[in-house]
Design a protein around this ligand. Structure first.
Ligand code: AHG
Ligand code: MN
Ligand code: MN
Length: 326
């Protein structure tokens, strides 16, 4: 196409970035782009076709599932199973990982962990929501079924990660470890087009994002940090959709906080498909991510749905928080 670079063109152009690339990862990223266009369509129609609201079931983490949570989960699983590049998927919406049993998928070299729909509490009120994904090379032998060890890898082992934001316009942002690039969906042609090449975040920012209803439940260091944000007249911004809060802070500069609280001693957010992938993107954009004590990317998961405290964004702000938590 003249004048614009579509996601598919960009992925093909960049294929040489991966050593020994055979095109599988490129195809996988394109499948993700395709699935997210379908989810985007459904998200946009939610108010019209009875897709808003709860489905009446809970996921493994005791959270009420929304119709769109389940639909997004199914769309991604179907697209990726058909693609055959991943041998298995772990998802927020499924207790166990799925090991694809079809021959084509068993040949897949990768596994994917995902939060198919992030920010579900915002679906019914027309506020931005998202999808988060993380891709690893499998540990098990190609040709066999995916195993738990394929998924329980630290963020440093990710070969790609990204998110899709279904917002005032929809965007797909991803990294393969060579910087971060953002694509905006042009609905008139149904293509993600490169709109934010080589995204960088500032070392310090004006914005802090936390559910301050949790102030009194948070560690003393976090209370001190929030007090200092007010003294310094920083700007408070919190949507309650991690993808949207993260995306805004990435562009404008700022920090997102979800500490451990007395109610949720391990924090709320999930390491594998929320914290690790966004940590990879933050770092690739010049920011950082930590649980307050350790680099998020270095935490080795022991469970699929493991939670952790999370501080992510401009690196000086994350560093200030770490000092206060020591
Ligand atoms: P999900 O909708 O995938 O369960 O994730 C919700 C997460 C995240 O998107 C958001 O930042 C956070 O929960 C909000 O939590 P609070 O309502 O506790 O602020
Ligand atoms: Mn989420
Ligand atoms: Mn979710």
């Amino acid at each position: 196409m003249i004048g614009v670079t579509t996601l598919d063109e960009f992925i093909i152009d960049r294929q040489d970035d991966f050593p020994f690339a055979t095109g599988d990862l490129s195809r996988l990223l394109r499948d993700i782009g395709f699935a997210s266009k379908i989810v985007n369509r459904e998200v946009n129609m939610a108010g019209l076709v009875d897709l808003a609201g709860a489905i009446g079931s809970e996921n493994i983490q005791g959270e009420e599932q929304q119709k769109l949570d389940v639909l997004a989960d199914e769309v991604f699983i179907k697209a990726l199973k058909n693609g055959g590049e991943v041998c298995g998927i772990a998802s927020e919406e499924n207790d166990d990982f799925i090991a694809f049993e079809n021959e084509k998928s068993k040949q897949g070299k990768y596994v994917l962990a995902m939060d198919p729909l992030d920010g579900s509490s915002n679906i019914d009120v027309n506020v931005s929501i998202g999808t988060i994904f993380s891709i690893f090379k499998r540990k098990s032998e190609v040709g066999t079924l995916a195993t738990m060890d394929d998924f329980l890898q630290p963020g440093t082992e990710q070969v790609a990660a990204g998110y899709v934001l279904y917002g005032s316009s929809s965007m797909l942002v991803y990294t393969t470890g060579n910087g971060v690039n953002g694509f905006t969906l042009d609905p008139s042609i149904g293509e993600f087009c490169l709109s934010h090449p080589n995204m960088k975040t500032s070392e310090s920012g004006k914005i802090y994002s936390m559910n301050e209803g949790n102030y009194h439940l948070s560690p003393q260091g976090i209370q001190t940090y929030l007090d200092s944000c007010k003294k310094e007249e920083k700007t408070a911004r919190y949507i309650g959709s991690l993808v949207a809060d993260f995306h805004r802070n990435l562009i404008k500069g700022g920090v997102y906080l979800y500490p451990s609280t007395t109610k949720a001693p391990n924090g709320k957010l999930r390491l594998l498909y929320e914290c690790s992938p966004l940590a990879f993107i933050a770092e690739q954009a010049g920011g950082s991510a930590s649980d307050g004590f350790q680099r998020t990317m270095e935490i080795k998961p022991t469970e699929l749905h493991q939670r952790c405290a999370y501080y992510v964004g401009s690196k000086n702000m994350v560093a200030d928080i770490e000092v206060l938590l020591k």
